[in-house]
Ligand binder design. Structure first.
Ligand code: SME
Length: 164
């Protein structure tokens, strides 16, 4: 097993045991952002954008320097993940049309949608790095496992918070 996989396995265990205590959706996002951010030196912004209204994301719990507040589904890597319901793995953000540069040092990123059982996008998990091509299929597999769990555990609560 690679070092990266070992680290993700430890993160998964920590998240599972922390979220075994009853807590709400905000506490869960804050916990996941913290566990991921502190586990990997290459993660320089780690956090969530939540769906607050149709086709509209707003920043949620995160670690790192400030993130922009509002992102419509039509903009940036986060918007693309939300609109397509598919993970976006970007090796070089300068080549991604419409990338939103919250920090000029971000050069690569991965954004994973968080979906309810019935495929509603309740949030995206955004991880940005100042290392080129920092993310690969291992990151995608593990981050998707985490987002699937979050969607199943908190989907209904998060869906109720979306304004119509
Ligand atoms: N990377 C995002 C914007 C959010 S911030 O970088 C924290 C994007 O282009 O969607």
């Amino acid at each position: 097993m690679t070092e990266k996989k070992r680290t993700y396995e430890a993160v998964l265990q920590a998240i599972d045991s922390l979220l075994a205590e009853p807590c709400d959706w905000t506490a869960a996002m804050a916990t996941v952002a913290c566990e991921l951010h502190t586990a990997f030196d290459t993660f320089h912004w780690t956090g969530f954008y939540r769906t607050i209204a149709p086709e509209h994301l707003q920043v949620g719990p995160y670690q790192g320097s400030h993130g922009c507040i509002d992102i419509p589904f039509t903009r940036g890597v986060c918007g693309a993940a939300a609109a397509t319901k598919m993970t976006q793995l970007v090796d070089d953000v300068s080549l991604f049309p419409g990338h939103i540069a919250c920090s000029s040092s971000t050069v690569s990123e991965i954004v994973v949608p968080v979906l309810t059982r019935d495929q509603v996008v309740i949030a995206v998990l955004d991880v940005d790095s100042n290392v080129p091509a920092a993310f690969d299929a291992t990151d995608q597999v593990y981050l998707e496992i985490i987002c699937t769990k979050l969607g199943l555990m908190y989907g209904e609560e998060a869906k109720r918070a979306i304004r119509n």
